[in-house]
Ligand binder design. Structure first.
Ligand code: MSP
Length: 631
């Protein structure tokens, strides 16, 4: 490949009719992460995204709103541009299929293929799904409905233009088999191969009669027809280079077409054969990632479970979302989206591991070194291990194959290793006399965080910049040179900052906090033995008992506790005076006297209350002399 070949990465161009959700954000973020990493490594990058604006759905939606399709598209496209901005997406260009330059390229390509005999007019009949704008054969249908969207199809008979795709069936199989990285992941490659091997590939209908669809690019060789949206849309990957990419750099072939698994066949089969027919080199790779579901279900307007990225950003921050999407699930597989999972990632990975590492370091460096960093290049177990990890993370193959979750796992291994280094070396215990040792340890921690930050940058650009500045590196650009352990630096001064990821209170946190509070207040209610000893309990023998006039409850007792005492007790509903005489009861003998219904009570007897309100007097279970003390 030529020296002047730049790195070219694309996302699908999104239907302008949809409001972008977390799924659209996912593909665009993935492209952004890889583009940022490649730029860090000093590569020339062209990262393209955009919108797919032609077709029946846009035409219909515009009509319903009383707008022209272009006016409608102009409004809708802003939803994507705003979101990409909010998500910190640094695309190099944004293509719209309504761009005049794009339309010209589509026409030129159609003309070229027509002239080459790759396009033919034919009578055609088939089952047509209007929402999907696709023809299906009777065999494709599932219970008579569209196999993609499950809606009704209609039988249509008309003359149309066909791209003679079928003749490329074998060359495409051959190409995919010889280029194992052409379609990734492996499972998607196998899907395409079985699609191609199991049934004859048909030709592709690339036109719609103008009276049925007028919102699109007219066929240059027959104005009565409009170009099929997919043919128009796929060409964007090529047309953009004509008018949106920097010149004097070779961009073709693209390095990655990043797509969701839903549009694998259109890319792997339609696009590949279109390029073969044009005699153009095929992209290096088509990568189809998995889908995000919510509680296992596909996101859909009708289910009302579509995750709105703006809300997630507002609640948890952009970088948290960027981190979560690529840490939680292996890129390529499906994943289930939930806020609980986001909160778990924040509390464990971001607040606890990363946030704490940074804060502990910044506080110690300020306290012991006055914020200064003194570079020292002495290897110990830690530096050997961390350097090994750095080499593993900086493995272009991992990035190039979109193994984002593995890259992140390894970055977090480096974070843990550094946290363990702090725990093991206990810098706070190193005496001032050993300042050389303390300085080396703090430098090693600083250096490790510095490199971790470079790796974090493509995933979490804002966070990385905050850490970078706190490390005292404001004046330096984050780039590939910054991945070297033994970088020479002039004066660096670290600066303490607020926690970058404060913990989020969870229901569990609240519950355990509540429990601690309750336990604490119970602890406060506990009394010491000295308190208990203040209460003088004595055994007393009831000598007399009589009801107090006018009260159902109160009984006046004369009790012998070594001396006679008068006690008024509220036990009249559970005992008759007769039942009480002769009983040995327990009396609090040093209570201040009080008057109950005008009768003085010089103590209190102990009694338990059953759940039905019945009172049982405490007594001793052997004969004990009145006045005996109780402990
Ligand atoms: N316009 C076509 C693509 C033409 S490309 C030449 C299209 N547009 S789309 O708006 O429907 O976007 C589809 C893409 O959005 C998917 O391929 C995928 O990249 C992304 N996602 C949409 N929903 C998704 C999920 N629920 N989960 C993950 N990504 C999904 O198809």
């Amino acid at each position: 490949m030529s020296q002047n070949k730049g790195f070219y990465i694309t996302t699908p161009i999104y239907y302008v009719n949809d409001i972008p959700h977390i799924g659209h954000a996912y593909t665009t973020l993935a492209a952004d992460i890889l583009a940022r990493y490649m730029r860090l490594k000093g590569k020339k990058v062209f990262f393209l995204t955009g919108t797919d604006e032609h077709g029946q759905k846009v035409e219909k939606a515009a009509r319903e709103r009383g707008r022209s399709p272009k006016e409608h598209a102009d409004i809708m496209v802003e939803n994507f541009k705003t979101l990409w901005n909010e998500l910190n997406i640094r695309n190099d260009a944004f293509i719209r299929t309504t761009d005049e330059e794009h339309k010209k390229v589509v026409s030129a390509i159609l003309q070229k293929l027509y002239d080459k005999g790759e396009i033919e007019k034919r009578k055609y009949s088939g089952m047509y799904c209007t929402p999907c704008e696709r023809f299906w054969t009777a065999k494709d249908l599932i219970e008579g409905k569209c196999p993609d969207c499950g809606r009704d199809v209609e039988y249509i008979e008309e003359e149309n233009y066909f791209f003679l795709m079928s003749k490329y069936q074998n060359s495409l199989i051959d190409y995919i088999e010889k280029n194992p990285e052409y379609i990734l992941p492996e499972t998607r490659k196998n899907e395409v191969l079985s699609f191609l091997k199991n049934k004859p590939l048909g030709d592709l209908c690339i036109s719609r009669p103008r009276q049925r669809l007028s919102w699109g690019i007219p066929l240059p060789f027959d104005e009565n027809y409009t170009t099929y949206v997919w043919f128009d849309a796929l060409v964007n990957y090529y047309s953009a280079l004509n008018y949106l990419a920097p010149k004097n750099i070779e961009w073709w072939p693209p390095d990655h077409h990043l797509i969701g698994k839903d549009i694998l066949i259109t890319h792997a089969v339609y696009w590949s054969t279109m390029l073969m027919a044009l005699g153009m080199p095929l992209p290096r790779n088509i990568f189809a990632h998995g889908w995000w579901t919510v509680q296992g279900a596909k996101m859909s307007k009708s289910l009302g479970n579509v995750v709105n990225p703006h809300e997630i950003i507002k609640k948890y921050g952009v970088d948290t979302l960027r981190y979560f999407l690529f840490r939680e699930v292996s890129f390529g597989l499906d994943g289930d989206f939930s806020e609980e999972a986001i909160v778990r990632r924040i509390n464990n990975d971001l607040a606890n591991d990363l946030g704490n590492l940074l804060n502990r370091f910044l506080v110690m460096n300020e306290k012991y070194m006055n914020g200064q960093i003194s570079p020292m290049w002495i290897d110990d177990d830690f530096t050997i291990q961390i350097k090994k990890l750095i080499t593993e993370i900086d493995n272009e193959k991992l990035w190039d194959e979109f193994k984002f979750n593995i890259v992140l796992e390894k970055i977090w291994e480096a974070i843990s290793l550094t946290n363990n280094y702090i725990a093991k070396t206990e810098p706070w215990k190193i005496s001032k006399e050993d300042s050389e040792k303390l300085s080396l340890i703090l430098f090693n921690i600083w250096n490790s965080i510095r490199i971790i930050t470079v790796f974090l940058y493509p995933f979490m650009p804002d966070t990385a910049m905050k850490i970078w500045n706190a490390l005292g590196l404001k004046s330096l650009k984050i780039d590939y040179n910054m991945l070297s352990w033994s970088i020479q630096l002039k004066e660096v001064k670290t600066e303490k900052i607020e926690q970058i990821f404060p913990r989020i209170q969870t229901k569990k946190d609240n519950e355990s906090e509540q429990k601690i509070k309750e336990d604490n207040s119970k602890m406060q209610e506990l009394i010491g033995i000295e308190d208990f000893m203040k209460i003088k309990l004595k055994v007393g023998k009831v000598i007399e008992a009589e009801r107090i006039k006018g009260s159902e409850k109160l009984i006046k007792l004369i009790v012998d506790i070594g001396q006679q005492r008068q006690i008024v007790a509220g036990i009249g509903k559970s005992y008759s005076p007769e039942q009480l005489i002769g009983k040995s009861i327990i009396v609090v003998s040093n209570l201040k006297p009080v008057k109950l219904m005008g009768v003085e009570s010089q103590g209190m007897l102990l009694a338990a209350t059953a759940s039905d309100g019945t009172i049982s007097i405490l007594t001793v279970d052997r004969e004990v002399n009145p006045g005996a003390g109780i402990k």
